[in-house]
Design a protein around this ligand. Structure first.
Ligand SMILES: Cc1cc2nc3c(=O)[nH]c(=O)nc-3n(C[C@H](O)[C@H](O)[C@H](O)COP(=O)(O)O)c2cc1C
Ligand SMILES: C=C(O[C@@H]1CC(C(=O)O)=C[C@@H](OP(=O)(O)O)[C@H]1O)C(=O)O
Length: 366
């Protein structure tokens, strides 16, 4: 399968570059009968778009989406859904000097080694702007999952070494109250100060994004290949700047005893369920019916304004660069809607693959 496409039964292809004419997605496999309009998709793109706060790149884009196909009279037809967002505020001049000088930590060098020719403006295809297509497609997946009571919420739990301690239980609303999308307001204030300090000294910072999914039925996934956790890991690792993923107790599990790690079972109203959720809602590649919990480690933004060593790929001479332009001082807050979208896409894919989507139940009542 080509590198621009993800999924099996619910399949997305993203296309476009950061400074090209437009970006978008083609979504294949949405069942017919789902109520869908541009507002459903715009709502998610508005959470992703740049230029909204001191925690994000100052590039100003409205990121207005148009649905080109696959929806008639506000209802999906089961045919490919094509989505487009035009670039309006690409400022490519700051990239002229970088054409042959790869930015350390970005994809410039690896793309040149693979293709020998690339759109260097704004990082081209390797830009975080590619996530427009993911978030637009994810909005459709979220709408579909909503019919079945499945909800995905992501939030920033660590940034620049500052950890969220007192997390508001109403994470979904709490994260919309601060630009770092952390559900602990005190930690969010410190994180914002940290971002500002880093920016002032030409630096950037990374962090951890947690993705929580509730309402997932037990038994979703496959037992050997296409394990649900393997598919989620591939989805999350496919987002730029993600360097690691863990489920439930995650890396801490390596230091736990079996008796601590195992989620013992209890019976509640004749329903068997585990007391605890160190497994993060997955055992044997299948969901357990407990909330799905995973976390992604996000590296610091590679484009920083401090001087850095690089080399000119034409002259083969060492060079010093100072990167100008508009960059995210940190990526985790911007990752939140993207990680939610990728989780929703994997779950919608598995719901469809396993025959759990009933076309009669998604058709809105007349
Ligand atoms: C939403 C989002 C926004 C990003 N913003 C920036 C940015 O402003 N500047 C930058 O240099 N990298 C940014 N990145 C990271 C690069 O896209 C990423 O590091 C690059 O593609 C190399 O991929 P890798 O880090 O996964 O190896 C962003 C990534 C995402 C997902
Ligand atoms: C514009 C967005 O983020 C961009 C992600 C990005 C990168 O290298 O990933 C680099 C910057 O883009 P440019 O240099 O083209 O202005 C960011 O502003 C966006 O997410 O919409």
């Amino acid at each position: 399968m080509a590198g621009n496409t993800f999924g099996h039964s619910f399949r997305i292809t993203t296309w476009g570059e950061s400074h090209g004419k437009a970006l978008g997605a083609v979504v294949d496999g949405t069942p017919a009968g789902l109520a869908l309009d541009e507002a459903d998709i715009q709502k998610e793109l508005d959470r992703r778009r740049p230029g909204q706060s001191a925690a994000a790149t100052p590039r100003k884009e409205k990121d207005r989406v148009e649905i080109l196909s696959g929806v008639f009279e506000g209802i999906t037809t089961g045919t490919p859904i094509s989505l487009i967002v035009y670039n309006k505020d690409a400022n490519s001049s700051s990239y002229d000097k970088l054409r042959n000088k790869p930015r350390p930590g970005h994809a410039d060098f690896a793309y040149m080694e693979k293709y020998g020719h690339r759109d260097h403006r704004g990082g081209g295809r390797s830009s975080g702007r590619e996530t427009i297509g993911r978030v637009a497609a994810g909005a459709i997946a979220k709408k579909l999952l909503g019919v079945y009571g499945i909800e995905v919420v992501a939030h920033v739990i660590e940034l620049g070494g500052i950890r969220a301690e007192n997390i508001d239980p109403d994470i979904k609303n709490a994260i919309e109250k601060n630009p770092v999308r952390c559900a602990d307001p005190a930690a969010a204030t410190k994180m914002l100060e940290m971002i500002e300090n880093m920016r002032n000294c030409g630096e950037s910072t990374g962090g951890i994004v947690e993705i929580l999914t509730t309402g997932v039925p037990a038994g979703l996934g496959e037992p050997v290949f296409n394990k649900i956790d393997a598919d989620i890991a591939a989805a999350m690792m496919g987002i730029g700047a993600v360097k690691g993923i863990e489920f439930g107790a995650g890396f801490k599990a390596a230091r736990m005893r079996g008796s601590e790690m195992n989620d013992a079972f209890e019976v509640d109203n004749e329903t068997i369920k585990p007391f605890t959720n160190n497994a993060g809602g997955v055992l044997g590649g299948l969901t357990t019916g407990m909330p799905l919990i995973c976390r992604c480690a996000v590296k610091p933004t590679p484009s920083i304004s401090s001087t850095q060593h690089t080399a000119d790929m034409l002259t083969k001479k060492e060079e010093i660069i100072e990167i100008k332009g508009r960059h995210d001082p940190t990526i985790p807050p911007r990752m939140v809607p993207v990680a939610e979208a990728m989780m929703a896409i994997v779950l919608a894919d598995h719901m469809i693959q396993s025959g759990r989507i009933d076309p009669d139940s998604i058709l809105p009542e007349k």
